[in-house]
Design a protein around this ligand. Structure first.
Ligand code: FNR
Length: 338
């Protein structure tokens, strides 16, 4: 019996297996309106048909100025709810659960409008210099996260993931490399955590379902957050009732890294043990044995699969076959599944 294909429950949301479609921007919205397109319907529904336990949307912007690009998916206005609702109906029809990744790009927004960040420094020379956020800007953004969560609920998502990784807005507050503030949001780790803590609080005002948070567990820079800093952050999140830490890395400052199979798993494992919280492993997990090992050895509770699922929407079926496990076919495919 594989553990990869065992169920797991978060606040009453039961996932049929431990395989998550990792959030991946598709830059496919039309007319800069942030709405679901036929492409999104096909793209996400195919992975539900293919057998993943949880389909997570790409980074979905809580404010238009928080988009990475004008083609990002959005959750900043009520008109965006109906498309997401139809998408959820499809995902649920094929037996998967759904999650929305709530996001704000901060200084990594590539837009014509003014962009915002905790401090007024650009990511690199091809990015704009952001405006330093005032307390009023922070309050407005927290309200936007709350409204995003409310819309996610109306659209029928099962889980919310807060994107606090990859050098986007929340990560910019967390990291000493990007947060140069001298007020209550800067200087100490406790203060740098304040914004994320308030985002979680804002989401929880309107959302009582499971909350996952993606963080960068390594900033690949000597002056960046250390693993022990992230363990503190994870411990605080556990106290706030966060259900799972999705352990990614990088993106805070422009440094090239050389990823290898499972390159982020060791830190994911450490955070799981030290903060005693569920974790998700991600990053070059490409085959069944590798995924099974991670779950069986308690290094993570879920595996997030990105590029392997782009290449093969039936990755779950492929690895089930590899591990000698039968997964139920979608009704329409029953005659050709095995
Ligand atoms: C990503 N990734 C990503 N991460 C995230 O948290 N939100 C996002 O919207 C995106 N967008 C995105 C787009 C594309 C095209 C790729 C390839 C990746 C990162 C992704 O979720 C995952 O963490 C990495 O790709 C590493 O996992 P894999 O691909 O090695 O399984």
């Amino acid at each position: 019996m594989t553990k990869l294909f065992s169920t797991i429950n978060y606040k009453g949301v039961s996932l049929k297996n431990r395989i998550v479609m990792s959030p991946m921007c598709m830059y496919s919205c039309m007319n800069e309106d942030g709405k679901v397109t036929p492409f999104h319907m096909t793209h996400y529904t195919s992975r539900a048909v293919g057998g993943v336990g949880l389909v997570m949307t790409e980074a979905s912007a809580v404010q238009p100025e928080g988009r990475i690009s004008p083609q990002d998916l959005g959750i900043w206005n009520d008109d965006q709810i109906s498309g997401l609702k139809k998408l959820n109906e499809q995902i649920h029809t094929y037996g998967a659960k759904s999650a929305l990744q709530l996001a704000h790009a901060g200084r990594k927004a590539q837009l014509d409008s003014t962009i915002y960040a905790p401090s007024a420094t650009a990511f690199n020379e091809s990015f704009k210099v952001p405006a330093e956020m005032t307390i009023k800007d922070i309050e407005t953004t927290l309200e936007a996260f709350k409204n995003g969560a409310r819309r996610a609920k109306e659209a029928g998502f099962d889980i919310i993931e807060i994107h606090a990784a990859h050098g986007y807005l929340i990560n910019q507050f967390l990291s000493p490399l990007t947060n140069k503030r001298t007020d209550q949001y800067g200087q100490t780790l406790e203060n740098r955590y304040r914004f994320l803590s308030e985002v979680i609080g804002s989401v929880k005002k309107v959302w009582d379902g499971p909350v996952f948070v993606r963080i960068s567990t390594d900033e690949y820079h000597k002056q960046g957050n250390k693993l022990e800093d992230l363990i503190y952050v994870a411990t605080q999140m556990k106290k706030q009732g966060v259900d799972l830490i999705d352990c990614s890395s990088g993106g805070v400052v422009p440094v090239a890294i050389s990823p290898y199979p499972g390159y982020q798993i060791k830190r994911c494992d450490t955070i799981k043990q030290e903060a005693a919280i569920n974790t998700g492993a991600v990053g070059l997990i490409t085959n069944g044995l590798q995924a099974e090992e991670i779950i069986q050895n308690d290094r993570a509770d879920l595996v997030f699969i990105g590029r392997a699922l782009l290449r093969n929407p039936y990755w779950a079926k492929t690895v089930a076959d590899e591990l000698g496990h039968n997964i139920e076919a979608p009704t329409q495919y029953k005659r050709g599944w095995n």
